[in-house]
Design a protein around this ligand. Structure first.
Ligand SMILES: [Zn+2]
Ligand SMILES: [Zn+2]
Length: 236
């Protein structure tokens, strides 16, 4: 059995697992030009690292406690506000925001491509539309539970067309208007075109005399619809 000097303390040890870690031992046995730290030195190094880490996390805790004091918080806020007024900082922040949005938008578009959502002239992606309408509902204190996949299922059910006239899908429409307590939920949201959306206004489903009976029936159906969500593998 051979022996080798530790690369750190220089002590010569037998090549056994008593003195070397298994991985180091393998390296030393397979290549006589390799040098490694002995087990003792490895342990010492690990300990010193741990200590450093503990000190670091102590500092972190202290720092976050300090920053959470109300007077310090107010000071930091005032400082940041003043700082953000500087033209060069303003420009840099605007640039950061632009970059962030560009990346985010690309992610959202990718989701649309993966889910085969047809491209259309629009300002917002479907996920943005869901988020915006959930926000709107939450602000109005009505249900806001629509998920991206639920909205996708609704769009597919209406073949990406206006639920009222079969024309081009342009906006998310609340069957029971938000103002009447209708939420942004899977059973209350349908795709619509601008003109049907404007025509329907704040009317409730039983006030839709303007629309064909068929359309009104579809709306009632949708309000009590349980959406067949797709599984991960694309099956129903
Ligand atoms: Zn050593
Ligand atoms: Zn329409």
């Amino acid at each position: 059995m051979g022996e080798r000097a530790c690369s750190t303390c220089g002590q010569v040890w037998l090549l056994t697992s008593e003195h070397w870690r298994t991985r180091d031992l393998k390296a030393l046995l397979s290549d006589e030009n390799k040098s490694r730290q002995c087990k003792n030195c490895r342990a010492k190094r690990a300990q010193s690292r741990r200590k450093k880490y503990e000190q670091l996390s102590k500092v972190k805790t202290y720092r976050s406690e300090y920053r959470n004091r109300p007077e310090v918080k107010a000071h930091i806020k005032a400082y940041n506000q003043k700082r953000n007024q500087k033209p060069e900082i303003k420009a840099r922040n605007a640039e950061k925001k632009r970059n962030y949005l560009a990346i985010k938008r690309e992610e959202l578009r990718q989701w649309e491509i993966e889910n085969e959502i047809p491209l259309r002239e629009k300002k917002m992606t479907e996920q943005e539309i869901v988020a915006t309408n959930n926000y709107r509902a939450a602000t109005a204190n009505v249900e806001a539970t629509l998920t991206d996949n639920e909205w996708l299922a609704v769009l597919k059910a209406f073949d990406f067309s206006c639920a009222y006239c079969g024309g081009e899908y342009q906006v998310l429409e609340h069957i029971i208007p938000v103002s009447a307590g209708g939420g942004t939920t899977v059973d209350n949201c349908v795709p619509a075109c601008y003109s049907c959306n404007a025509r329907k206004r704040d009317m409730l489903p039983d006030e839709l005399d303007d629309f064909q009976a068929e359309v009104i029936a579809t709306m009632w159906q949708h309000l009590f619809w349980v959406v067949p969500l797709e599984n991960e593998d694309g099956t129903n």
